[in-house]
Design a binder for this molecule. Sequence first.
Ligand code: BGC
Length: 425
Amino acid sequence: MTTASPFPQDFLWGVASAGHQVEGNNVNSDTWFLEHLPGSMFSEPSGDAVDHYHRYREDIALIASLGFTSYRFSVEWARIEPEEGLFSTAELDHYRRMLEACHEHGLVPVVTFHHFTSPRWLLALGGWEGSRTAELFARYCDRVMTHLGDLIGVACTLNEPNLPWLLESFGIGGEAPENRGSVPVWAAAAQRLGVDASTVAPFQFCSTEAGFEVKLAAHRAATAAIKARRPELLVGWTLANSDIQSIEGGQEIADRVRRNVNERFLEASRGDDFVGIQTYGRTVYGPDGHEPAPDGAETNQMGEEIYPQALEVTIREAHRIAGIPVMVTENGLATEDDTQRVGYLRTAVDGVASCIADGIAVRGYIAWTAFDNYEWVFGYGPKFGLIAVDRETQERIPKESAHWLGGRAREFAAQAVREPAAQLA
Ligand code: BGC
């Protein structure tokens, strides 16, 4: 007798990427601009990345051949609208071909409309504190929907709008507008853009209240624009979730971070079709703030504790606070040791199964990330990929973890067809 799969029949098993991290030469974006400034916080430029822009066909075929049923990727605002109000049909056609390739290979495309990067011109208009940003973002989303909407499987508006508040609690970024001019990189950005440094507010680095309001308004306006074209399409945003904990004396700080990073964004998700959960580990606070990994703990390539059980905790938290279905849109580990990654993924997937067994509506598990890629300020050092890439030859080499997770996807999908799991509420 076979055991029924804990996963519902239409559960998505996928891998994720983000345009700027894999495509290469995203030259009209604010991030490319920041990468090339004196004093840049980016350790190296993104350059050609893994040339996914040209190699998407073989990449999508490879992902499908491994057993996955979904591919999450982002469309790049800076390519589609390289100058304010100038939309590129050729670039929209490029993403249409990507979507068609997903459908040809049986992958449900989960499309992120904004994954950290914005057009450089937006930065000169006040970036993610700008008074017109929500409206401009919604106009771009409408163009994307007009051109691509019929092929999109699931829509994610903004990726990790809450990340800057988590980074700020680690002492990264978070300068008040009036202090930005004294930070060399912001001063250089302002000078080149011809604006006052107080207005330089890129998506990943601005943690002001104005930034919170603009992101919330942008998410709402984008959702309305997407729904106006396809009311039945599932739309949500994807959040950076951490299992926030404290040691003695750290409770007050932990409570504040939990409120700013997790709770208020989950509360704001109520009414959406789903919320994307992106969890990598736990974050522990003591009386002096963020605590390093405990002595003797296994750590990832960034020196953070490896803690895969955080995913289950954050799914339960999202379910409790947002009260809507959850989709794991990112989860993964930066390591050169792929056996360690398999162990991490196994614990994480077990956590998802346990949530589903308790009646929580989890719609999918999408691992971060398809390919070793450009890990933002850390450059190409950290290896989150399930597929390795030789950046000299651009050869793709699936790792054990890709075969393991793709294999689980195949196995669970087959079980779900044989013995359909009860429909989740
Ligand atoms: C982001 C990804 C990033 C990953 C690993 C998330 O914050 O959405 O773009 O590469 O975490 O750090």
